[in-house]
Design a binder for this molecule. Sequence first.
Ligand code: 2IT
Length: 455
Amino acid sequence: MARLCDKYIEIAKARDPHEAEFLQTVEEVLTSLEPVLQEHPEYIESGLIERLIEPERGISFRVTWVDDAGKVQVNRGYRYQFSSVLGPYKGGLRFAPNVYPGIIKFLGFEQIFKNSLTGLPIGGGKGGSDFDPNGKSDAEVMRFCQAFMTELYRHIGPNTDVPAGDLGVGAREIGYLFGQYKRLTGLYNGTLTGKGIPYGGLLGRSEATGFGIVWYAEEMLKANGEEIKDKVFAISGFGNVSWGTAWQLQRLGAKCVTISGPDGYIYDPDGIGTDEKIAYLLELRGSGKNVCAPYAEKFPNAQFFAGKKPWGVAQDTGCKIDMFIPCAMQNDVHMEHAQQIVEGGCKFYCEGANMPTTNDALQYLMENMIAVGPAKAANAGGVACSCIEMGQNAGHTVFQHEDVYEQLHQIMKNIYANCANAGEKYYGNKNALVQGANIAGFERVAEAMMAQGLV
Ligand code: 2IT
């Protein structure tokens, strides 16, 4: 029988044939939705899927700034406001040299379903620039952020569109962006999240993504009769998602034995998430240097595998891994890596970064493992805490660290349960979490779209 979703995948391909990452997520999500589309002819009649795959608005702008040598630099800035059906557009800004509309649209499309899964009132959007903050001075980053915000400010606001960080946009960049937003508008409000603690930021936001991933992973294990304590994890990356994940694994009595960077990966049999090691990682990150080689020098029990990724750590070291969590960036795990992971005897895989797995590798992992957790569910703790930050700012108040953790933990448990229930209902399998997340995220969006008419 012909699949209903194919028509829409073809529409997306014909419209934007060069946006490979966007087409990848459209195909992945719509394929999972097939049984829901079969059940709801009214979605087809109302053009709901055609509307969902087209951003409500895409803004592209020039960013002119002057570098330390006095040379004029021109970058491209973007904000794709994908869906406001559940609330103000919400999603991060990514500054990286490979940013183009295909990357921002993949992230924006994923964000719709992720934000829906949180159960909170936030729509989906994403933005960024092809600016590369690596190797730039603080003054250059500040001038760039000010120039970027000088265009973006007119399109955002606490009830319209609320950006945050993503790759290349951390506390420093959010600070500069917020300062310029306030200067231009005269408004002190929650238009940006991920702010510093002294000026409206939420206690717990910086580690929220990693903490949430680990709580989601814990639910995956529990549902299959396993506990997280004493389990061994291998993760990639060394950024915000990675250190939060490694730290929380340690807090819950598990062990994270790998991290990775552009220079290779670290295997540390003693575990990476101790307070001392996390503090050292944060210090290294702040210095802008590579992380893995210096880590191995400082902690001599650790081994450094130059130029390699951690997916073959079981083969490289003989260490059995209970769960892999890619936390670096999109398309980090290809088919050959998925095969390495499965051949190493691992049974659980949970995505930390956005779309870290190619579609064929994801399919292979789903067929060969007990459970695979999808990024849009597992990493939703970051944006969930952003929404809590919006609430804190709108209420002119300050929330306590422990209360934030408690709320986040409950949100992650709910997200897991919704994914597992949708997997069970439509695929007959509570471990069909990839499909379950797409469906559970979609159902809320679709109901709201039907209620709000043809817009
Ligand atoms: O991918 C993501 O969910 C983020 N970069 C965080 C978005 C947000 O608005 O906090």
